[in-house]
Design a protein around this ligand. Structure first.
Ligand code: ADP
Length: 402
């Protein structure tokens, strides 16, 4: 079964084509600058050939067309005809309280998804356009929506409730939804396989540390709590997002700096975080270079990141009444040994000890990339995330039973 996984953003559309019999990616690519001019980068992973082309993409329909053309291209493609695509799985950032499981695209699902525009406009509108593009080009191909919020839907009410006036929160569907759920689900399930105990007894903390970062407590395979909230602004410091702050700071800054309601969200999402504190960059590699050159604000930004991760690990160990394993994943989590070392440093009280040598040489290890010391009570794993594979699996499971 061939499954196309699509991740549609406002001006981009990323895709991966899976051969699900082998769970292998055959081709992947990116349509960029949609509605600006249009650029396609496509890689055939069977023969290694790469196609880059400037293609006019006034909307997601043309981007979808460019993606399909590349997939069936004689030289760069991997399929002979678009009819060989058996199903499409879409990554969807927010399903709201309504959509908590993989869902087949039909008129009703689209109507419900439109309700999520209010909760996550920057993502949901492009998702709808991406789905529309696929429907226009492949009208008979089943499409499935897979939500980043689904895995967190099992959070208990005390974890997801925003403690403001309940009536107001209920009226506007204000609650903590979390994000990166597909990633937390994948890496926690992988980690659980390597802990010698039944999944229902496992207590795992997953640290998805990328440009956007979130940390989850996964108890018995279910999310007990997660650091992102109503939106991905909550939690630890991120590339350009501030994470959790005293809410009173927000109206105070709006007043003092004359920032409007329309602009404050953008300011907190794009100007704060590592960038805002360091004044250097959203990219942790740049922040670290500046720190090593003696930039004190860059060092402060790094310290805030480590401090925040440690606080979550401590509090999530407390709410789960124990800890079997910490997982690091995503751009920073998978690649930055300094971050992992600084986080795990001084955690002996919790029974966590790192093997520094292994931590520095993760690429020489094999799954699950165990970097904990022999006498560590708690395992520390570095597990590369694979959200696309989870989406492809969910899509396959749903369409197989149609
Ligand atoms: P996104 O949230 O956009 O998917 P990623 O998961 O790709 O982000 O993570 C981006 C972050 O990962 C950046 O802060 C970058 O500094 C960091 N990163 C990526 N590669 C490396 C590396 N080799 N070493 C250290 N940090 C890295």
């Amino acid at each position: 079964m061939n499954i196309l996984v699509v991740n549609a953003g406002s001006s981009s559309l990323k895709y991966q084509l899976f051969d699900m019999d082998k769970e292998q990616v055959m081709a992947k690519g990116l349509c960029e600058r949609i509605a600006i001019d249009g650029k396609l980068t496509h890689k055939n992973l069977v023969n290694g050939k790469v196609l880059t082309a400037d293609i006019s993409m006034p909307s997601h329909v043309e981007a979808t067309r460019a993606m399909i053309d590349a997939i069936i291209d004689k030289e760069y493609g991997v399929l002979e005809s678009m009819n060989q695509i058996d199903a499409i799985g879409h990554r969807v950032v927010q399903g709201g309280p309504w959509l908590t499981k993989p869902t087949l695209v039909n008129d009703e699902a689209i109507e419900i998804l439109k309700r999520c525009v209010d909760l996550a406009p920057l993502h949901t509108i492009p998702h709808l356009q991406g789905i529309g593009g696929c429907t226009a080009i492949l009208p008979d191909c089943p499409q499935v929506l897979v939500f980043d919020t689904s895995f967190h839907a099992t959070m208990p009410e005390k974890a997801y409730t925003v403690p403001m006036v309940k009536e107001v929160c209920d009226k506007h569907n204000i609650r903590r939804y979390g994000a990166h759920g597909t990633s937390h689900r994948y890496v926690s399930a992988e980690a659980a396989k390597y802990l010698n105990k039944p999944e229902e007894d496992t207590k795992i903390i997953t640290c998805h540390l990328g440009n956007g970062s979130s940390i989850s407590a996964v108890k018995g395979g279910k999310v007990a709590d997660t650091s992102m909230g109503f939106t991905p602004l909550d939690g630890i410091i991120m590339g350009s997002r501030c994470g959790a702050v005293d809410p009173a700071v927000v109206p105070f800054i709006m007043q003092k700096e004359n920032i409007s309601v329309d602009d404050i969200g953008n300011w907190m999402n794009k100007k704060c975080g590592l960038l805002g504190v360091s004044g250097v960059s959203t990219d942790l590699r740049d922040v670290k270079n500046a720190m090593n050159d003696g930039n004190e604000n860059a060092a402060l930004a790094f310290d805030i990141l480590i401090y925040g991760i440690k606080k979550y690990i401590g509090s999530y160990t407390a709410i789960m009444n124990g800890l079997d394993c910490i997982v690091f994943t995503a751009g920073i989590g998978e690649n930055d040994a300094d971050v992992r070392e600084a986080v795990i440093n001084d955690m002996e009280y919790l029974g966590v000890k790192l093997d520094s040598e292994k931590n520095r040489n993760v690429s020489s290890l094999s799954a699950p990339w165990d970097i904990s010391a022999e006498d560590s009570k708690v395992k520390v794993f570095v597990i590369p995330t694979n959200e696309e594979l989870v989406i492809a699996r969910d899509t396959k499971n749903l369409v197989e039973n149609l």
